[in-house]
Design a protein around this ligand. Structure first.
Ligand SMILES: *Cc1c(COP(=O)(O)O)cnc(C)c1O
Length: 401
């Protein structure tokens, strides 16, 4: 098979809203994927952390096949026998009180924006249409008009206005800036525990704890977007656990799918979610039994197969070896938490993309984020020998200029 054939099809008939690396994949298993010519690669992106459980996990596949033969879609006009079980299992696992299921991460973000605004008017007593939500510079929360409206990335925003008002942008990792930005109309503060798309930016230790205290003090809802950091990626089920806090609202998505079928969820305390009444929000596919059965198993294998602990121990091993082996004047920083790792290059190193292209020739799939950062985020099932295999290639490509 000719990879170029498939590339040409995409270029000719598809919208050019992505610039993928030119490898055409046809098959996957665990941390490994194969292209149409049967070349084998290690996947160190894991679909932006949507395949934490590894490609084609057999137990999730089985759950999907079984549910697909029974019932796939009812809409929320009727009830189904998977949704309630997913709610209960998610609440028990995450100490939440209420769940609202959607499909994509961006929809979960839109959902919390609606819920905290209504909470602001109904519970906090903010005057109509005055609600403010605070977000951070270099955030990534998705691609809808409302969400890109409060992005600080020009290519996400340019030519897409006018945008939704009601958002305030503050520097990331700065608790003082948060306190200064809060007014009596502030209803929520939405933040990523680690900024993934911005280049795996880790805030100062204790930042989330301070944010939580400030939100409590000023009656502001703390919203953690854990769509990327959640479900084991950082070595904890939720990244908030590193700071020993519980957010009021938590967004999960990506790996809730087990890599099979899109599903996202808003996890909430009772007070905020209880403001939503029938007819005020919804989604045709949100909470469908196929997605729920898959998500239940995706969560189950994450816990039962110790993928979270594996992310913590393998992440430590990977990071310490990266720090030791990847050195040189063109390396600015090597950082990470759990299996959310990054190598940042100096601005004059010629950009991360060319390194990713060279890594592909070495059969290692990594993707640049922004100009100068290479993100390394393999499925959480990665083993020590596999990390050694990756390190050999990373060292070969990243230490020579
Ligand atoms: C991927 C991501 C989203 C958006 O999820 P989609 O499913 O692509 O809409 C939102 N927030 C964070 C932190 C993400 O990483």
């Amino acid at each position: 098979m000719d990879q170029q054939f498939f590339i040409n099809l995409e270029e000719q008939f598809g919208a050019h809203n992505y610039k993928p690396l030119d490898v055409v994949l046809a098959r996957g298993e665990g941390v490994w994927v194969w292209d149409v010519d049967d070349n084998k690669y290690m996947d160190c992106l894991a679909a932006y952390s949507a395949v934490n459980q590894g490609h084609c996990h057999p137990k999730i596949m089985k759950a999907m096949m079984e549910q697909a033969q029974k019932l796939t879609l009812t809409s929320r006009a009727f009830r189904n026998d998977q949704l309630g079980l997913l709610y209960k299992e998610l609440c028990e696992l995450t100490h939440s009180h209420k769940v609202l299921p959607m499909n994509s991460g961006a929809e979960a973000v839109e959902t919390v924006i609606k819920a905290v605004r209504k909470w602001g008017y109904k519970v906090k007593g903010v005057p109509q249409d005055q609600a403010e939500i605070i977000v951070c510079e270099n955030n990534f929360h998705g691609r809808t008009i409302t969400i890109v409206g409060f992005s600080t990335d020009d290519s996400s925003r340019e030519n897409f206005g006018p945008f939704t008002p009601g958002f305030k942008i503050i520097p990331y990792g700065d608790a003082n800036a948060l306190e200064a930005a809060i007014t009596s109309n502030t209803v929520g503060f939405m933040v990523e525990p680690i900024q993934g798309e911005a280049g795996v930016i880790i805030p100062p230790a204790g930042y989330l704890k301070e944010a939580k205290a400030l939100c409590e003090k000023h009656n502001v809802v703390l919203i953690l977007d854990e769509i990327q950091t959640g479900l084991g990626r950082t070595g904890k089920l939720l990244a908030e656990e590193h700071d020993g806090i519980e957010a009021d609202l938590t967004l999960i998505g990506k790996a809730l799918s087990g890599g099979y079928y899109p599903i996202s969820a808003v996890l909430s305390n009772k007070e905020v979610m209880d403001v939503l009444r029938p007819g005020e929000h919804g989604s045709t596919f949100g909470g469908n039994p196929l997605a729920c059965a898959i998500a239940r198993t995706a969560l189950k294998v994450l816990v039962e197969e110790n993928m979270i602990e594996n992310a913590a121990t393998m992440g430590k091993y990977f990071l310490s070896n990266l720090k030791e082996k990847i050195k040189g004047p063109h390396i600015k920083d090597v950082r990470g938490k759990g299996l959310m790792l990054a190598v940042e290059l100096m601005p004059d190193a010629g950009g991360a993309r060319k390194y990713c292209e060279t890594l592909i020739k070495q059969r290692l799939l990594c993707k640049e984020t922004h100009e100068n950062t290479i993100r390394i985020a393999p499925p959480l099932v990665i083993k020590k020998e596999e990390i050694d295999w990756a390190l050999e290639r990373l060292e070969a490509v990243l230490t020579v200029r």
